[in-house]
Design a protein around this ligand. Structure first.
Ligand SMILES: Nc1ncnc2c1ncn2[C@@H]1O[C@H](COP(=O)(O)OP(=O)(O)OP(=O)(O)O)[C@@H](O)[C@H]1O
Ligand SMILES: [Mg+2]
Length: 455
């Protein structure tokens, strides 16, 4: 077991027990004990008193002993972990016994006061298959408590089978969903994370899913699909597909499946319509019809549209010096998009020594090289109709009505309507519910377009 795995394991255990994650000091103490350092050495490294370090270490060792049914001491810490044979892959904690993998999650341990052997036997009866190889590790996470609650409510309380997490690139979809998975991993028997950044036909994806669940794929596509749905019915599974917009066609309105990936449409429908106890989370920068959520409470599809972060805390983590005003202003300029903020933070650190107020004193909205190349890709994904609309919208300082756009653009009424809908489904244009309704272009994208050569 590696240090990172020990820390992840301890973090989950403490979270299950105390509702709080490991803090920096607890983490350093566990690392120090694992590395066989003395309390005095750990205390010096952390700049804390030795008695405080001893105190916290004692509590940690006691908690581990209680929860794992073993006598954990500083001197036997490493050997006890090794003897328990706990291994962890990504955020999945697995205790291996013979050929079986079984979930040794803190929740099982915490909820149960049975002796160790009984716990192991109980867990053994449930095979778990977790593949999080392609999921990112989350180190810092800010401000998405309400979105996390919404996801929990949809998945854990309301059993919604198809959930889409949508929003602009960099807004935090992947980070949010991974955080949800980290917090609730042990509630699912199967958790599989796949990215469609380099998409593959549905049949190959199903092969992968079956393979993770140690099932040999049957010969035909229909049989494979049936095999997969048998698993979704028998086990509580969470399947996550990231970067789903890559199966849609470039240069057309949003959410149009490429013909080679058309099968996915049907797959998403069956996930929604059939009876099973599992969940599919889709993450995408573009919405398609299967992600559209109607308001009805019983409607089986739900989507979560992410907007920007609003808290200044993320800026200090990026090494920026801000006061209340400049911090909020920077966040507002970059619409709270953590990816834009990270890009611009590098620039502010390099050229303005991290001083946000100095950076803001510059004229205009700065579009970094990274943002520029990202927007180039985004612009190329748009249909010709959408390109015309965004270029026109970028000429206005204020939001614009449909009628005003119609007067400036050589587009049929239906093209304009479809184009405006598609741009909203890409989160580039938002609607302001005034009379008449106005359309607003994303600020950063507007700035990028203003510097673009005429079409
Ligand atoms: N809540 C958050 N707290 C801290 N950092 C965040 C948060 N959300 C996102 N980030 C950071 O912002 C960056 C972009 O986030 P993420 O990759 O989740 O965006 P995304 O919406 O999945 O983008 P894309 O559509 O391009 O995949 C990452 O570096 C991530 O660490
Ligand atoms: Mg992502």
């Amino acid at each position: 077991m590696t240090m990172t795995e020990i820390l992840q394991f301890a973090d989950q255990l403490i979270f299950a027990k105390k509702g709080k994650h490991l803090d920096d000091l607890q983490e350093s103490i566990i690392k120090g004990i694992w590395d066989g350092k003395s309390y005095q050495e750990i205390a010096e490294e952390c700049n804390r008193s030795e008695s405080r370090v001893r105190n916290i270490a004692a509590k940690l060792l006691q908690l581990l002993s209680e929860e794992l049914g073993e006598n954990f001491e500083k001197t036997n810490f490493r050997s006890t972990f090794n003897r328990l044979n706990i291994s962890s892959s990504q955020n999945q904690n697995i205790c291996q016994n013979g050929n079986h993998n079984f979930n040794y999650s803190p929740e099982i341990l915490y909820n149960s006061k049975q002796n160790n052997q009984e716990q192991l036997n109980n867990a053994l009866s449930k095979s778990v298959y977790h593949d999080l190889t392609l999921a990112p590790k989350i180190i810092n996470f800010y401000n998405r408590e309400s979105e996390l609650k919404a996801l929990s409510s949809l998945i854990l309380d309301n059993n919604i089978r198809l959930i889409s997490v949508l929003g602009l690139s960099g807004i935090g979809k992947t980070t949010l969903v991974k955080r949800f998975v980290d917090l609730h991993l042990e509630k699912f028997e199967v958790v599989i994370w796949k990215s469609l950044k380099y998409p593959k036909p549905l049949e190959l994806l199903i092969d992968d899913l079956l393979n993770t669940c140690e099932q040999e794929s049957k010969a035909t596509r229909d049989d494979k699909l049936k095999q997969l749905f048998d698993i979704l019915r028998d086990k509580k599974c969470l399947i996550i597909l990231d970067d789903v917009h890559h199966i849609f066609t470039q240069g057309e309105f949003s959410g149009q499946y490429q013909s080679v990936y058309q099968d996915y449409q049907n797959f998403f429908k069956i996930i929604t319509e059939t009876e099973h106890q599992s969940h599919l989370i889709l993450m995408s920068q573009e919405q398609c019809a299967e992600m559209e959520c109607l308001d009805g409470e019983l409607y089986p599809i739900k989507s979560l549209k992410l907007s920007g972060l609003e808290d200044r805390e993320i800026l200090s983590e990026m090494g920026l010096k801000t006061d209340q005003d400049s911090g909020l202003k920077l966040i507002e300029r970059y619409q709270g998009n953590p990816m834009y903020l990270k890009d611009v933070a590098v620039l502010i650190r390099d050229v303005f020594d991290g001083n946000v107020a100095d950076f803001l004193a510059e004229d205009g909205l700065v579009i970094t090289k990274e943002m520029q190349s990202h927007f180039n890709q985004l612009f190329n994904r748009l249909s010709p109709v959408e390109q015309k609309i965004v270029v026109e919208l970028s000429k206005f300082e204020q939001p614009v009505s449909r009628e005003e756009l119609r007067q400036h653009l050589d587009l049929s009424s239906i093209d304009l309507i479809n184009g405006l809908q598609s741009l909203q489904q890409r989160y580039l244009v938002s609607k302001i519910k005034t009379d008449p309704i106005l359309f607003n272009l994303s600020l950063t994208f507007k700035e990028y377009l203003r510097k673009l050569k005429p079409l």
